[in-house]
Write a protein that binds this ligand. Structure first.
Ligand SMILES: [Zn+2]
Length: 199
């Protein structure tokens, strides 16, 4: 809803909430939008409305999708016996670009961060446990980011999965420590998958 300020101030405020956009960038983008063809601005508004209304979580893996099941879960050529657990939907995109993995995914939608108040209930851990109880799998690859919180999340989830009978593995080291999957190139991700080891 529009706050009490002007339309321009409102737009700058909303843009300023985006990651990596400070007040200066918000002001620059606002003025760009005010000077560009109105058709482009309305197309951007339409695209924003469209993703907000149509994109949801896959019923099985919690990846982002416009249908009930995402493209990966509905692909009969994917191996349902392996699940790769990642923090974010953008990590699925990174791993898919590496073309080195033919199993399914599970998107946690975050990582455990006790100091920020992100506990297990904020992630899709329950859905993962339910999924594995319903369809047993051979291997679960913990592909959370190689950060303190990513490692902590992998440890927490793997402890919960210990009794399921699945082999639990972790991506090989070699990804830049403290960084995220999204910053790794395709070859690094393929190597990390190839060299995965027992958790
Ligand atoms: Zn899915």
């Amino acid at each position: 809803m529009q706050p009490t300020g002007s339309s321009i101030a409102w737009l700058m405020e909303e843009l300023g909430k985006l990651p990596g956009i400070g007040p200066k960038s918000a002001e620059r983008i606002t003025h760009y939008l005010l000077n560009t063809d109105v058709k482009n601005v309305l197309a951007l508004a339409d695209a924003l409305r469209d993703v907000a209304q149509n994109v949801r979580r896959c019923r099985q893996c919690c990846n982002l999708t416009e249908g009930e099941l995402c493209d990966i879960c509905s692909d009969p050529k994917r191996d349902p016996n392996i699940i790769c657990v990642v923090e974010q939907a953008r990590d699925v995109a990174s791993l898919e670009r590496a073309s080195a993995y033919r199993g399914l995914y599970h998107v946690l939608h975050g990582r455990l961060a006790p100091l920020e108040g992100v506990g297990p209930d904020k992630l899709t851990i329950d859905a993962l446990l339910q999924r594995i109880n319903q369809h047993s799998v051979k291997e679960i690859i913990m592909a959370t980011n190689p950060t303190l919180e990513g490692d902590g999340t992998a440890l927490y989830v793997s402890n919960l999965l210990a009794g399921t009978g699945a082999n639990i593995t972790r991506l090989a080291r070699g990804l830049p420590s403290g960084s995220g999957l999204e910053f790794a190139n395709a070859q690094m991700l393929a190597d990390a998958l190839e060299g995965r080891r027992a958790f």
